[in-house]
Design a protein around this ligand. Sequence first.
Ligand code: 5GP
Ligand code: ZN
Length: 115
Amino acid sequence: MKDEACIFCKIANGEIPSKTLYEDEKYRVILDLGPAARGHALILPKDHYANLYELPDETCGEVMMLAKKMAVRMTEKLGCSGFNLVQNNGECAGQTVNHFHLHLIPRYEDDNQNI
Ligand code: 5GP
Ligand code: ZN
């Protein structure tokens, strides 16, 4: 289940190199090219689903379990204090890449001090 025109299909399946934090048979976790915070990561299924509507229930559950595993691991590595989990679903919600992905955005104690 790949879309030849989809850049995240190519990244998730290793055809385009990426900064990979985690990979298994079904998923790849990469660093976002335009991070909102240090360590901003994206969880990508290797199969192509355009958005949440298309995501099988099983994949939905696995993505959340992987998000939890990555959050624990990244908290230890980065010393962040929290996370925003974000999924922009649909163009009107800000989705720019039509291959389902979950943003994992680490948050730090001093995040809001420079606003
Ligand atoms: P969306 O707006 O669809 O929720 O998020 C797309 C995200 O993918 C953006 O945060 C953007 O910075 C990131 N992005 C777009 N193209 C690439 C790419 O080629 N490589 C990586 N690592 N991130 C990308
Ligand atoms: Zn795709």
